[in-house]
Design a protein around this ligand. Structure first.
Ligand SMILES: NC(=O)c1ccc[n+]([C@@H]2O[C@H](COP(=O)([O-])OP(=O)(O)OC[C@H]3O[C@@H](n4cnc5c(N)ncnc54)[C@H](OP(=O)(O)O)[C@@H]3O)[C@@H](O)[C@H]2O)c1
Length: 306
């Protein structure tokens, strides 16, 4: 009888919450690991959920969180580094530590969440760290599966709420001409992929890139959101050097609203590549952003137009 307990690191985050929900629906027992773990709002007494306080940078707490589990999912994130947390500590050393301790603990399956575009030669420290982290994971746990989603959307997600926030401005500044092509993917579809992968028998070291059914330019996504919210705003192209200057000035703030890494990410396409596993192989038809907007960005939740 396989061990059905799955430890989800980052199980309180946007993706982690969806993964926990999908795993419980599929009949798994789930241990939610985070620095400040909490039960999901939908949890009821008797649900097969447990909490463990763990910091991916701390050897002993990671080992505790893995103890007795059959599978592990790493959905820990860090988008903006500061004095307290560095990309290398979370995405490279932390990811490698988790993989090494999972191997030592006899864990059968490890799913490591990274991101499309991970590249060890990128000018972005974030993107480089994602690539080095993937390499550390595969070296320590050769059977690990790497999941690289495109930008995630879903109810309560930061992507759509940030775009909705921009539509309140009189003019919406674009990254460059807004030509970067994205493949937004519903968070619940990525969670379904995690559950399929834990149940199936994927080949060693397999990389899956998960994108929604549509490849959409950033400016067209903004237009979709504007139309959905019944707003009309001009879109203003802003050259990338100017964005880099804004990010440089913002870097002195304790919580910068924009970073150099984010500007670099918006300078390139974020779409599923070739020679990788995809939703199709997992038998999942991902839902489209356009049709999902009413549920993910309810008009009633938006402040009325002034
Ligand atoms: N969101 C997207 O659009 C997107 C797109 C592509 C890829 N991804 C990837 O998907 C993964 C999940 O992203 P997300 O957006 O769901 O993240 P998120 O909402 O920011 O959640 C992050 C989770 O990580 C936990 N965490 C942070 N630091 C930790 C540490 N030192 N030790 C243990 N846990 C820690 C947080 O809980 P505590 O703070 O309590 O520790 C939280 O549960 C990341 O790898 C991200 O790069 C996301």
């Amino acid at each position: 009888m396989p061990n059905d307990l799955v430890t989800v690191f980052g199980g309180t985050g946007f993706l982690g919450r969806a993964v926990v929900h999908e795993l419980v629906n599929a009949g798994h027992a789930v241990r939610i690991a985070a620095r400040q773990p909490t039960l999901p709002a939908w949890a009821e007494a008797g649900d097969p959920l447990s909490l463990v306080s763990a910091d991916i940078r701390d050897e002993a707490s990671v080992a505790d969180a893995l103890d007795g589990a059959g599978s592990v999912v790493n959905a820990v994130s860090l988008y903006v580094q500061g004095r307290q947390a560095r990309f290398d500590g979370i995405h490279v050393a932390g990811a490698g530590r988790l993989a090494r301790l999972a191997m030592a603990a006899g864990i059968q399956r490890l799913i490591h969440v990274s991101g499309i575009g991970s590249d060890s030669r990128s000018p972005s420290a974030y993107v480089r760290a994602r690539a080095r982290g993937e390499a550390e994971v595969i070296a320590a746990f050769p059977k690990a599966v790497i999941l690289r989603p495109s930008v995630l959307f879903g109810p309560g997600g930061a992507f759509l709420s940030t775009l909705a926030g921009l539509t309140r401005l009189p003019v919406i500044p674009l990254f460059g001409r807004g030509e970067a092509r994205l493949q937004p993917v519903h968070v619940a579809d990525v969670a379904r992929a995690v559950v399929r992968l834990l149940g199936g028998n994927p080949p060693h070291g397999r990389i899956y890139e998960l994108g929604g059914p549509d490849i959409i330019r950033y400016r067209d996504i903004l237009n979709l959101v504007l139309k959905h919210l019944e707003r009309s705003r001009p879109l203003l192209p802003v050259p990338y050097p100017l964005w880099h200057l804004v990010a440089l000035l913002a870097s002195v703030l304790p919580n910068p609203p924009l970073t150099r890494d984010q500007v670099i990410l918006m300078q390139q396409d974020n779409c599923v590549g070739k020679a990788v596993g995809t939703f199709a192989e997992l038998g999942i038809a991902p839902r489209a952003l356009r049709e999902s907007l009413p549920k993910c960005l309810p008009r009633s939740a938006e402040a009325p137009e002034r």
